[in-house]
Design a protein around this ligand. Sequence first.
Ligand code: KIV
Ligand code: ZN
Length: 542
Amino acid sequence: MSMIKVPTPQEINAGNRILVFDTTLRDGEQSPGATMNLDEKLQVARALTRLKVDVIEAGFPIASPGDHDAVKAVAEEVDGPIVCGLARSLEKDIRAAASALKNAKYPRIHVFLATSAIHRQFKLKKAKEEIVKQAVEAVKMALSFCKDVEFSPEDASRTEPEFLCEVVEAVIKAGATTVNIPDTVGYAVPEEYGALIHTLKTKVPNIDEAVISVHCHNDLGLAVANSLTAVKFGARQVECTINGIGERAGNAALEEVVMAMRTRGKYFPYSTNIDTPKICATSRLVSNTTGIHVQRNKAIVGENAFAHESGIHQDGVLKERTTYEIMHPADVGVDQSKLVMGKHSGRNAFGTRLKELGYELDEKRLAEAFEKFKVLCDKKKTIYDADLVALVEDQLVTAGPIWELDLLQVTSGNRSVPTATVILRKGSGETAQTFRDAAIGDGPIDALTNAIDRITGMTGQLLDFQVQSVTEGREAQGEVNVKVDFGGQLVHGRGFSTDIVEASAKAYLNAVCRAIVTQSAKSPEIERPGHIAPAPRGVATP
Ligand code: KIV
Ligand code: ZN
């Protein structure tokens, strides 16, 4: 167990170290269909700990019992970063956050309340004085549970600057140790946002008693630029997510903020604690876990970020790497040797490689994964890193399933009616039961999803269906990602197999299981920051 001395806001403000506050598990999880289960959240939290982020925002405990339990599990396990839980400025939210965080080594409660005229008038229907009062009371209440309290005036960038200064001064006086200035709807531009931070720095008398944090959304593609500009004007904490996922167009991407500061050190004379060679593994883990793929040309972590296609560029890089590369691929963990293991590799080497790829499995899971690895070695001559990731991901997505695929038989062709016969297993061990059914459809995938629906009693509408090969070659494993609408509840699912029809069935079944788990842990509709709730259709979504 590491004992760190948590620096005071004054110490942080006097230095050039930028705190990295990761909100992948909270704002990131607000991306449509990105819901993660408890196991997946723990995997991501472990990866963020290895990456050495300063704060992990683990969730919004009041949102659902599932969110509460996930924050609690992360708080109990994580040793190193501060673990933070989000709460509206309401007693029940603050109590839920405090209860979820009670076993955290370094807990933080993050309370928020909208301050802009638009939100005051239309959403909260409250006058300025009422907002200040509620914010102050919320901070004081949070402080009665935990000494580290962050306050966010939601929609700060569209709040009248004088009123924002008044709110910030009041919450610092009430004891907030971090004040976050969210650009909730991604409306700000860098010069303007920098000026706002400067205003707070110069006009709020007690500003040095708290750390200024920034939280920028990417609706205009300016989240990273806004965050970096704010740092130049005195912000000392940046809120971001891995791969930039988050509500709507997402949040500032952690990897971009960190690498911009590191690569342009003269322009940004600041440091972070991030262990940058772990960036790519963490990115891959998050994209696999949420089903949100990283675009190929994405800065830092995209597949093409270090690929040189044109002859002139290739020639230049071979002569002198820095002609066309401003960062070293190894600095963000891009592994250029992709070939990893074969059928003679032992269990230790297998476990070590998985750890390097960002997966830490307990003994039982490792043994199961190793068994699957041996089976895969018989099907596939060459095993790449991506195969290992697919194998573990397949295990994680099916871990603790409600339904598991036992048998799948599909017939299709240009002159036959696509038909699927499916046998599913429910439960495990001696109490496991199997169920079978068959269905026809417009195509093989339609037929198999219909058969699964008939057995499970769920009715899903397939909104998105993507097949990709995990590695190259005809024997490659297929990865299928689906987005399914279960009566208004959007869920993603993933499946892997060397047979893409089987991978499709696994992906759909994975979505069915996620939907069942989420429905059983659901709370009434909770308004999430920056989120416009869709019109109710069947089951309410959080
Ligand atoms: O975007 C936002 O305003 C938020 C706050 C809760 C920080 O996510
Ligand atoms: Zn946000």
